[in-house]
Design a protein around this ligand. Structure first.
Ligand code: FAD
Length: 399
């Protein structure tokens, strides 16, 4: 019998865990497993606010794919996915084509602009290793430029973060923690630096416990962050942001963090999608496609308790990957498929330095205990992916 071809698109949280699990569940002669990714490295998206603000080296957030996956069992193809031709069971790459019997789509997300003009042109919106490098270099350049311009333009030192959700808050947490060091390094008085977080919703960190939100906002305000809540951005321009209330903030740096939509490849390939995400069946297959699994940020899953989608998180991407790998094996072996049910263990957001907030189980955590938990969560992922060796090599000290 012909060995089935399993093709996994994207080496993020979902793709990497699916690949490792499948390579353990299926023997060499049972299937061909191919992983396709843009880069020859895997990166932890959940850490990217740190290199973007310059508080962690980008090298710490990434690892060569070959250093964590067994490339004798998994064929790795470095290429860019252009389109999925599901009717022909083919994936079109920039540099060729792949045929599959089972496909796993784990291509992650792209910035959601909500139709606000100017985001792609004037804001930093790429949460990738290269995107984070660009933001960090730009911020440092703004500080370096300030004392070298004839007029000391305030907008050089005005930093706007669009979105007070998880990503925006984690980024401003890192940046506000680093500002005193940058000021000292570039001979700039601290009061010259303006940090804004602008949020359209009526609260920062929507969905978080109000006591935790208050803790986070008080802490960030004590570091000089100004929040503009309930304040939609109308446009991002060359000179800053225009707000729906008619105000303008002149800023040379706008970081976009208002949430994500699924990969544009999904819509381009003709799948029915909502904001680029496919509403998956309980077994994680795309409706109408027996052989296409969709995981992570590309998958839309409704939380029946509140009748709203689960937020796209690494936690869910990894759990989906486990079930996806099990279900592909089950299809190959004619066994029953599992239904996916997220097991949300908690959520912890870092606030820079040794500060964080979060909920684990039913316990609310603040400050250093939340920070400890955040580092443990980061290390747990490394453990699941590459065992204790990877934690020792790439892990974070929880203290
Ligand atoms: P990703 O991990 O984004 O991986 C997608 C992969 O596909 C990437 O390797 C990418 O290079 C590749 N790819 C994309 N397009 C192509 C293409 N066309 N061709 C080839 N390869 C391609 N979640 C949490 O649970 N906890 C957190 O604390 C948390 N913090 C976050 C902090 C930040 C700053 C950000 C930005 C996100 C955070 N998230 C967090 C969300 C989390 O990172 C995502 O939900 C998670 O990365 C989704 O995993 P994924 O496997 O779907 O996609």
């Amino acid at each position: 019998m012909k060995k089935p071809n399993i093709v996994i698109l994207g080496a993020g949280y979902g793709g990497m865990i699916t690949a490792t699990r499948l390579s353990k569940l299926l023997g060499h002669n049972e299937a061909n497993i191919t992983l396709v990714n843009k880069h020859d490295y895997h990166y932890q998206t959940t850490w990217l606010h740190e290199p973007a603000a310059g508080t962690l080296s980008p090298e710490r957030t990434r690892m060569p794919i070959g250093s964590v996956l067994d490339l004798n069992k998994i064929k790795f193809v470095q290429d860019i996915v252009v389109e999925i031709k599901a009717a022909d069971k083919k994936v079109v790459l920039e540099d060729g084509e792949l045929e599959y019997d089972y496909l796993v789509v784990g291509l992650g997300s792209e910035a959601e602009t909500f139709g606000v003009p100017g985001v792609h042109e004037y804001a930093f919106s790429k949460w990738t290793v290269n995107g984070a490098r660009e933001v960090k270099e730009h911020i440092e350049y703004m500080f370096a430029k300030y004392n070298n311009t004839a007029e000391k333009k305030d907008e050089l030192l005005t930093f706007v973060v669009a979105g007070a959700g998880f990503t925006g808050i984690e980024f401003i947490g890192e940046l506000s923690d680093r500002v005193p060091e940058l000021c000292e390094h570039y001979d700039i008085p601290r009061e010259k630096v303006k940090l804004y977080v602008i949020e359209a919703a009526p609260t920062a960190l929507p969905g978080f416990d109000p006591e935790l939100v208050e803790y986070a906002m008080n802490l960030l305000e004590s570091r000089g962050v100004e929040f503009k809540i309930n304040c939609p951005i109308k446009e991002v321009t060359e000179t800053g942001v225009s707000l729906a209330n008619g105000d303008e903030i002149k800023a040379e740096t706008v970081v976009w963090a208002t949430g994500v939509r699924g990969s544009s490849i999904i819509e381009k390939s003709g799948f029915e999608a909502m904001r680029g995400r496919i509403k998956v069946e309980p077994d994680l297959r795309a409706p109408g496609y027996e052989d296409v699994f969709v995981i992570g940020d590309c998958a839309l899953l409704i939380n029946e308790e509140i009748n709203r989608p689960y937020p796209p998180t690494a936690q869910i991407a990894m759990q989906m990957a486990e079930v996806c790998a099990h279900n592909i094996k089950a299809l190959i072996k004619n066994d029953p498929l599992k239904t996916f049910k997220p097991d949300i263990k908690g959520t912890v957001a870092s606030l820079g330095g040794k500060e964080a907030i979060g909920v684990v189980g039913t316990r609310k955590l603040f400050g250093s205990s939340a920070n400890f938990m955040k580092k443990m969560i980061d290390n747990r992922y490394l453990f699941l992916l590459g065992g204790p060796g990877l934690v020792l090599k790439k892990g974070k000290s929880p203290f």
